[in-house]
Design a protein around this ligand. Structure first.
Ligand code: IYR
Length: 221
Protein backbone atom coordinates (compact mmCIF):
# COMPACT_ATOMS: atom_id res chain seq x y z
CA UNK A 1 0.00 0.00 0.00
CA UNK A 2 1.32 3.46 -0.92
CA UNK A 3 1.59 6.07 1.84
CA UNK A 4 -0.26 9.34 1.19
CA UNK A 5 1.93 12.01 -0.46
CA UNK A 6 0.43 14.71 1.79
CA UNK A 7 -1.21 14.42 5.21
CA UNK A 8 -3.01 16.97 7.42
CA UNK A 9 -0.69 19.17 9.50
CA UNK A 10 -0.97 18.81 13.26
CA UNK A 11 -0.92 22.43 14.45
CA UNK A 12 -2.52 24.10 17.40
CA UNK A 13 -2.99 27.87 17.12
CA UNK A 14 -2.37 29.43 20.56
CA UNK A 15 -3.94 32.57 22.01
CA UNK A 16 -1.48 35.49 21.77
CA UNK A 17 -0.93 35.78 25.51
CA UNK A 18 -0.05 32.07 25.67
CA UNK A 19 2.35 32.53 22.72
CA UNK A 20 4.16 35.34 24.53
CA UNK A 21 4.27 33.35 27.75
CA UNK A 22 5.76 30.31 25.96
CA UNK A 23 8.33 32.42 24.12
CA UNK A 24 9.33 34.24 27.31
CA UNK A 25 9.53 31.04 29.38
CA UNK A 26 11.66 29.32 26.72
CA UNK A 27 14.03 32.29 26.54
CA UNK A 28 14.32 32.36 30.33
CA UNK A 29 15.32 28.67 30.31
CA UNK A 30 17.64 28.94 27.31
CA UNK A 31 19.49 32.03 28.52
CA UNK A 32 20.77 29.97 31.43
CA UNK A 33 22.53 27.54 29.08
CA UNK A 34 26.27 27.98 29.37
CA UNK A 35 29.13 26.08 27.80
CA UNK A 36 30.67 24.05 30.61
CA UNK A 37 34.24 22.75 30.73
CA UNK A 38 34.24 21.09 34.17
CA UNK A 39 32.01 18.06 34.32
CA UNK A 40 31.00 15.76 37.18
CA UNK A 41 31.76 12.10 36.46
CA UNK A 42 28.17 11.04 37.26
CA UNK A 43 26.43 9.00 34.57
CA UNK A 44 23.34 10.50 32.95
CA UNK A 45 20.10 8.68 32.05
CA UNK A 46 20.62 7.29 28.55
CA UNK A 47 16.90 7.71 27.87
CA UNK A 48 17.45 11.49 28.05
CA UNK A 49 20.21 11.20 25.45
CA UNK A 50 17.97 9.08 23.21
CA UNK A 51 15.06 11.52 23.43
CA UNK A 52 17.34 14.50 22.73
CA UNK A 53 18.78 12.68 19.70
CA UNK A 54 15.21 12.03 18.51
CA UNK A 55 14.59 15.79 18.85
CA UNK A 56 17.71 16.54 16.81
CA UNK A 57 16.44 14.11 14.19
CA UNK A 58 13.30 16.23 13.71
CA UNK A 59 15.39 19.13 12.36
CA UNK A 60 14.56 20.45 8.91
CA UNK A 61 17.18 19.50 6.30
CA UNK A 62 17.85 20.04 2.61
CA UNK A 63 15.35 17.83 0.69
CA UNK A 64 14.82 16.00 4.00
CA UNK A 65 18.08 14.10 3.45
CA UNK A 66 18.87 14.25 7.20
CA UNK A 67 22.60 14.44 6.49
CA UNK A 68 23.79 13.73 10.03
CA UNK A 69 25.09 10.94 12.19
CA UNK A 70 25.45 11.01 15.98
CA UNK A 71 28.10 8.68 17.45
CA UNK A 72 27.45 8.39 21.20
CA UNK A 73 30.41 7.48 23.41
CA UNK A 74 30.20 6.33 27.02
CA UNK A 75 33.07 3.81 26.98
CA UNK A 76 35.97 5.08 29.16
CA UNK A 77 38.48 3.45 26.78
CA UNK A 78 37.04 5.23 23.73
CA UNK A 79 36.80 8.55 25.62
CA UNK A 80 40.47 8.16 26.52
CA UNK A 81 41.42 7.57 22.88
CA UNK A 82 39.51 10.70 21.87
CA UNK A 83 41.15 12.77 24.62
CA UNK A 84 44.66 11.69 23.62
CA UNK A 85 44.03 12.47 19.93
CA UNK A 86 42.27 15.78 20.68
CA UNK A 87 44.99 17.01 23.05
CA UNK A 88 47.65 16.27 20.41
CA UNK A 89 45.80 18.54 17.95
CA UNK A 90 45.18 21.18 20.62
CA UNK A 91 48.88 21.30 21.53
CA UNK A 92 49.66 22.04 17.88
CA UNK A 93 46.90 24.66 17.86
CA UNK A 94 47.97 26.55 20.99
CA UNK A 95 51.73 26.26 20.32
CA UNK A 96 51.83 26.81 16.54
CA UNK A 97 48.65 27.03 14.49
CA UNK A 98 46.66 29.73 16.28
CA UNK A 99 47.35 33.37 15.38
CA UNK A 100 48.10 35.90 18.12
CA UNK A 101 44.70 37.45 17.44
CA UNK A 102 42.92 34.12 17.86
CA UNK A 103 44.73 33.41 21.14
CA UNK A 104 43.79 36.89 22.39
CA UNK A 105 40.14 36.24 21.47
CA UNK A 106 40.22 32.97 23.44
CA UNK A 107 41.87 34.49 26.53
CA UNK A 108 38.54 35.39 28.25
CA UNK A 109 37.49 31.72 27.99
CA UNK A 110 40.61 30.50 29.80
CA UNK A 111 41.02 27.50 27.48
CA UNK A 112 44.27 25.61 26.87
CA UNK A 113 45.43 22.32 25.35
CA UNK A 114 44.33 20.20 28.32
CA UNK A 115 40.93 18.55 27.77
CA UNK A 116 40.28 16.39 30.87
CA UNK A 117 36.52 16.81 30.33
CA UNK A 118 36.80 14.43 27.35
CA UNK A 119 37.32 11.68 29.94
CA UNK A 120 35.40 13.06 32.92
CA UNK A 121 32.12 13.79 31.14
CA UNK A 122 29.88 10.72 30.97
CA UNK A 123 28.84 11.18 27.34
CA UNK A 124 30.54 12.45 24.18
CA UNK A 125 28.52 12.78 20.99
CA UNK A 126 30.51 12.89 17.76
CA UNK A 127 28.34 14.71 15.23
CA UNK A 128 29.12 13.89 11.60
CA UNK A 129 28.02 15.67 8.43
CA UNK A 130 27.17 13.52 5.42
CA UNK A 131 27.98 15.41 2.20
CA UNK A 132 26.76 12.36 0.29
CA UNK A 133 24.18 9.65 0.67
CA UNK A 134 23.92 6.30 -1.02
CA UNK A 135 20.55 6.25 -2.80
CA UNK A 136 18.30 3.27 -3.55
CA UNK A 137 20.40 2.64 -6.67
CA UNK A 138 23.53 2.21 -4.53
CA UNK A 139 25.05 5.30 -6.20
CA UNK A 140 26.65 8.24 -4.40
CA UNK A 141 24.35 11.29 -4.33
CA UNK A 142 25.07 14.78 -3.07
CA UNK A 143 23.13 16.05 -0.07
CA UNK A 144 21.94 19.66 0.05
CA UNK A 145 22.65 22.52 2.48
CA UNK A 146 24.49 20.10 4.72
CA UNK A 147 26.19 22.58 7.06
CA UNK A 148 22.92 24.47 7.55
CA UNK A 149 21.06 21.20 8.22
CA UNK A 150 23.58 19.76 10.67
CA UNK A 151 23.92 23.15 12.39
CA UNK A 152 20.17 23.28 12.98
CA UNK A 153 20.07 19.67 14.23
CA UNK A 154 22.98 20.37 16.57
CA UNK A 155 21.25 23.47 17.95
CA UNK A 156 18.12 21.47 18.59
CA UNK A 157 20.17 18.74 20.30
CA UNK A 158 21.90 21.25 22.57
CA UNK A 159 18.54 22.86 23.41
CA UNK A 160 16.88 19.49 24.14
CA UNK A 161 19.74 18.44 26.43
CA UNK A 162 19.68 21.78 28.23
CA UNK A 163 15.90 21.67 28.73
CA UNK A 164 16.29 18.14 30.16
CA UNK A 165 18.82 19.42 32.72
CA UNK A 166 22.14 18.52 31.10
CA UNK A 167 25.13 20.73 30.40
CA UNK A 168 27.00 20.68 27.09
CA UNK A 169 30.18 21.91 25.49
CA UNK A 170 30.52 22.30 21.73
CA UNK A 171 34.09 21.16 21.27
CA UNK A 172 35.90 21.46 17.96
CA UNK A 173 39.49 20.26 18.09
CA UNK A 174 40.87 21.11 14.68
CA UNK A 175 41.44 19.10 12.59
CA UNK A 176 39.34 16.29 14.05
CA UNK A 177 39.52 13.68 11.29
CA UNK A 178 40.76 11.32 14.05
CA UNK A 179 37.10 11.02 15.08
CA UNK A 180 36.32 9.13 11.85
CA UNK A 181 38.92 6.50 12.75
CA UNK A 182 38.02 6.15 16.42
CA UNK A 183 34.25 6.24 15.85
CA UNK A 184 34.39 4.09 12.70
CA UNK A 185 32.72 6.58 10.36
CA UNK A 186 33.25 6.60 6.58
CA UNK A 187 36.01 8.93 5.36
CA UNK A 188 33.54 11.05 3.32
CA UNK A 189 31.71 12.10 6.50
CA UNK A 190 32.92 15.38 8.02
CA UNK A 191 33.34 15.43 11.80
CA UNK A 192 31.29 18.52 12.63
CA UNK A 193 31.29 19.01 16.39
CA UNK A 194 32.21 16.89 19.37
CA UNK A 195 29.46 17.55 21.90
CA UNK A 196 30.46 16.97 25.52
CA UNK A 197 27.47 16.14 27.73
CA UNK A 198 26.96 15.70 31.47
CA UNK A 199 26.33 17.48 34.75
CA UNK A 200 28.51 20.44 35.64
CA UNK A 201 31.03 19.80 38.42
CA UNK A 202 29.66 21.28 41.68
CA UNK A 203 30.86 24.84 42.16
CA UNK A 204 32.19 25.20 38.61
CA UNK A 205 32.65 28.71 37.26
CA UNK A 206 32.01 29.97 33.75
CA UNK A 207 33.46 32.99 31.93
CA UNK A 208 31.85 36.32 32.79
CA UNK A 209 30.80 37.08 29.24
CA UNK A 210 27.60 38.54 27.85
CA UNK A 211 25.28 38.03 24.91
CA UNK A 212 24.44 40.95 22.64
CA UNK A 213 21.08 42.64 23.24
CA UNK A 214 18.27 42.31 20.71
CA UNK A 215 18.89 45.70 19.11
CA UNK A 216 22.43 44.62 18.21
CA UNK A 217 21.55 41.19 16.81
CA UNK A 218 18.41 42.05 14.87
CA UNK A 219 16.89 44.65 12.62
CA UNK A 220 13.22 45.11 11.85
CA UNK A 221 11.79 46.52 8.62
N1 IYR B 1 39.60 24.15 19.88
C1 IYR B 1 40.38 24.87 20.89
C2 IYR B 1 40.33 26.35 20.72
C3 IYR B 1 39.01 27.04 20.81
C4 IYR B 1 38.54 27.75 19.73
C5 IYR B 1 37.38 28.46 19.81
I1 IYR B 1 36.81 29.60 18.23
C6 IYR B 1 36.62 28.49 21.01
O1 IYR B 1 35.42 29.22 21.08
C7 IYR B 1 37.08 27.78 22.08
C8 IYR B 1 38.29 27.04 21.99
C9 IYR B 1 39.96 24.45 22.29
O2 IYR B 1 38.96 23.75 22.45
O3 IYR B 1 40.63 24.80 23.25
Amino acid sequence: MNAEAFIPLEFERLPEDAMCQEARAFYQRMRRRRSVRDFAPDPVPMEVIHEALRTAGTAPSGANKQPWHFAVVTSPAVKREIRIAAEAEEREFYERRASEEWLADLAPLGTDDQKPFLETAPVLIGIFLQKFNSGHDGGKHKNYYTSESVGIATGMLISALHMAGLATLTHTPSPMKFLNTILKRPTDERPYILLVVGYPKAGTKVPNIEKLPLDQTSSFF
